[in-house]
Design a protein around this ligand. Structure first.
Ligand SMILES: Cc1ncc(COP(=O)(O)O)c(C=O)c1O
Length: 369
């Protein structure tokens, strides 16, 4: 079964393989007992290895054990779930928040829950796959606007007579590292009476001194703004959240199928997220180090002729003219002890190396790269 399909993928250089690390992930990883500098992880602040995060998981295991038994609406959650929701709502300045099991399940659950066939969705063409799949699961009419193109967005919005309009965007686009024009999107939504749904997976813990994209753009929470983010990236943990007004969160917790019909995250995962969040709130030096590392890497790449003019964040790219060139470059670096994955279709149209820098990289790591 699938032999022909697999052969075709192989011939097109599209067959991917999963590497297995010997130990934990971080700026240095070990594969088959060989060390590699790692530039592939979204662990932006290096918190997945932070001793306080690891300790919180161990302590929580002692108190709460592991499995959570059932979905939260069925079996309830631990007091840690509730605490994390209160903390993340306070962190984002919203009335309320709800935990989801992952960013993927948040986007695919929330978008269908807040739209119906009478509604229209406007989605940036480079939005993350989970947002695209959320739109596909929704019964609303979805219109795709050209990447960051506000004129196109407005043209599409003017054409529709839908009951409710929902504009969906990543804050940081995960494969290019560029930012959505959120101030413009905010204004367009305000004037059109639309809902703004923002995926801040790569902005939370990174932008706005760690508070995320809206803090960066100085946008205050409104009842018509819904923001989601993840605990799996800068917080070094796992899982995701949605933050917004009390009514919106209540509605989502009653209707999002990925929340209703999926077992809750184990408490120790929540304990890790709580600790990551606390560290981001208390120690601004991590975010500062992330950005100074980002500058060092950006300048270094520029000095050898790779000028990524698009990225504005710790996600940097080296674009190549062909897929085979991206794969060759990634293989060459791997042989030199540097792990940077080549990104290929269907994840992106234009092949590239996707490089992520973190606060945990040292200057030596960056200069070696
Ligand atoms: C923009 C964006 N949204 C959502 C997700 C999904 O998050 P998770 O990995 O927690 O499922 C990702 C993860 O890669 C992402 O980049």
């Amino acid at each position: 079964m699938f032999e022909r399909e697999l052969r075709e993928l192989e011939e097109k250089h599209l067959l991917r393989h999963i590497i297995s690390r010997d130990l934990s992930q971080g700026p240095v990883i070990t594969i088959n007992k060989k060390k590699y500098l790692n530039f592939s992880s979204n662990d932006y602040l290096g918190l997945s290895n932070n001793p306080a995060v690891v300790q919180a998981v161990e302590d929580s295991l002692q108190r709460h054990a592991f499995g959570s038994g059932a979905s939260r609406l069925l079996a309830g959650g631990s007091i840690l779930h509730k605490k994390l929701e209160e903390r993340i709502a306070r962190f984002k300045g919203t009335e309320s928040a709800l935990i989801f099991n992952s960013g993927y399940s948040a986007n695919t659950g929330i978008i269908p829950s807040i739209t119906s066939e009478a509604d229209a969705i406007f989605s940036d063409e480079l939005n993350h796959a989970s947002l695209i799949d959320g739109c596909r699961l929704s019964r609303a009419k979805t219109m795709i606007y050209r990447h960051r193109d506000m004129t196109h967005l407005q043209t599409l919005m003017k054409k529709t007579k839908a009951r409710r309009k929902l504009v969906i965007t990543d804050s940081v686009f995960s494969m290019d590292g560029d930012l959505a024009p959120l101030a413009d999107i905010y204004e367009i939504c305000r004037l059109q009476g639309a809902i703004l749904y923002m995926d801040d997976a790569h902005g939370t813990g990174v932008l706005g001194r760690g508070r995320g994209a809206f803090a960066h753009f100085k946008i205050k929470p409104e009842t018509w703004i819904i923001q989601m983010g993840t605990f799996s990236k800068a917080f070094g943990a796992f899982g995701a959240f949605v933050a917004g007004s009390e009514d919106v969160i209540k509605w989502i917790s009653n209707t999002a199928r990925s929340f209703l019909f999926s077992t809750a995250l184990p408490s120790c995962v929540i304990a890790a997220a709580l600790t990551g969040l606390r560290l981001v709130e208390r120690d601004p030096s991590m975010v500062k180090r992330l950005w100074s590392n980002r500058e060092r890497l950006f300048e270094g790449l520029k000095s050898i002729g790779y000028n990524d003019a698009v990225s504005m964040t710790p996600i940097l790219t080296v674009r190549t003219t062909s897929l085979s060139k991206a794969l060759r470059l990634s293989k060459y670096l791997y042989e030199k002890g540097i792990y940077v994955p080549a990104i290929r279709p269907p994840t992106v149209c234009e092949p590239r190396l996707r490089i992520t820098i973190t606060a945990a990289h040292t200057e030596k790591h960056i200069d070696t790269f």
